[in-house]
Ligand binder design. Structure first.
Ligand code: NDP
Length: 315
């Protein structure tokens, strides 16, 4: 078991973690970044990013994350493809242990562990995971070229995934539990205009079926109403796009979380209730969840950590 000290330990990557790395390394704090299970975070699973300032023509999500990562490396951030699995925030320096049992004693910690896709909770999602069930169209859409698929959800993510899949697949069903799309108007308009997308409003998925993989889904329309109706759709792929849950399980009991598991921060700062522990990005943001916001809070967290170290005369 190896042990080391760090002035700033960043747990998690993505725009928040890497931006914290840029600022902390430029402040000569020699940050150590544990990238976690998904280096680069959610944007590595997306295609075109059109709303991040500085890219007038848009940029591919993975490419943009690599740019931010390279920028952090350039100023000396140490980036490791490892996962922090246990923390003890009861006293400083904070004890943070990785999956191999190696320990970092951190003067400050910046948490930027992001959020992960939610599932419906159907037993069939487990049964067919990797056999037709996916929460990432960009990662898995390729396998469904010229086939029929369904996307669950009515938000911007679901619309984006459905539009992407419609360029590869023969037909895309969009399964929406309400009678409207929650997505932005521009997305909703694009969905309406795409000929091979059929929106199933007021519909929920009851289960999936198939021999060796997904061959279809059992759907119920108008659940619990007089005109409740059950029918099946034939599909090869079933994509979830119903929102995200913050990746904060390992911090439960160590810092204050809200009822959904998001890390609570003080006002517009990145301070958690534990002095010296800061939170940035989607793990602390149930509201905006945008890459640019995550990058902004990553910057704030590094500045907050720097100020904290200065006040505690550890610079
Ligand atoms: P949202 O929370 O916005 O939408 C989740 C969708 O899933 C809703 O339609 C919701 O239905 C539905 N849903 C949730 N639980 C279930 C369930 N159990 N069964 C069926 N349907 C369910 O999440 P998104 O991931 O779409 O977006 C998150 C944020 O990121 C938003 O602010 C969004 O605008 C933003 N975003 C922006 C993009 C862009 O600008 N390019 C791209 C992607 C995301 P209901 O409406 O009934 O609650």
């Amino acid at each position: 078991m190896a042990e080391e000290n760090a002035r700033v330990l960043v747990i998690g990557s993505g725009p928040a973690g890497y931006t914290a790395g840029i600022y902390a390394s430029r402040a000569n704090l020699k940050p150590v970044i544990y990238e976690g299970n998904q280096p680069g975070g959610q944007l590595t699973q997306t295609t075109e990013v059109e709303n991040f300032p500085g890219y007038p023509e848009g940029v591919q999500g993975p490419e943009m994350m690599d740019h931010i990562r390279q920028q952090a490396l350039r100023f000396g951030a140490e980036i490791r493809s490892k996962v922090v699995s246990k923390v003890d925030f009861s006293k400083r320096p904070f004890r943070c242990e990785d999956e191999n049992g190696d320990v970092v004693w951190a003067e400050t910690v910046i948490i930027s562990t992001g959020a992960s896709a939610k599932y419906l909770g159907l037993a069939d999602e487990e049964k067919y995971r990797g056999l037709g069930v996916s929460a990432c169209a960009t990662c898995d859409g390729f396998f469904y070229r010229k086939k029929d698929v369904a996307v669950v959800g009515g938000g911007d993510t679901a619309c984006e995934e459905a539009l992407y899949l419609s360029t590869l697949c023969r037909k895309v069903y969009l399964i929406v539990r309400k009678d409207y799309l929650r997505a932005s108007d521009v997305m909703a308009k694009r969905i309406k205009e795409r000929e091979n997308i059929e929106v199933l409003f007021n519909c929920n998925t009851e289960g999936l079926f198939g021999e060796d993989g997904v061959e279809g889904a059992h759907i119920v329309r108008n659940l619990g109403k007089d005109n409740e109706e059950h029918f099946d759709i034939a599909i090869d792929g079933f994509f979830l796009a119903i929102g995200h849950r913050p990746n904060t399980e390992i911090f439960r009991g160590q810092i204050d979380l809200d009822e959904e598991g998001y890390i609570k921060v003080e006002g517009a700062t990145t301070h958690t209730n534990v002095p010296g522990v800061f939170a940035a990005g989607d793990c602390a943001d149930p509201r905006y969840r945008q890459a640019i916001c995550a990058a902004g809070t990553g910057c704030r967290a590094a500045l907050d950590a720097e100020r904290f170290l200065m006040e505690h005369e550890q610079l």
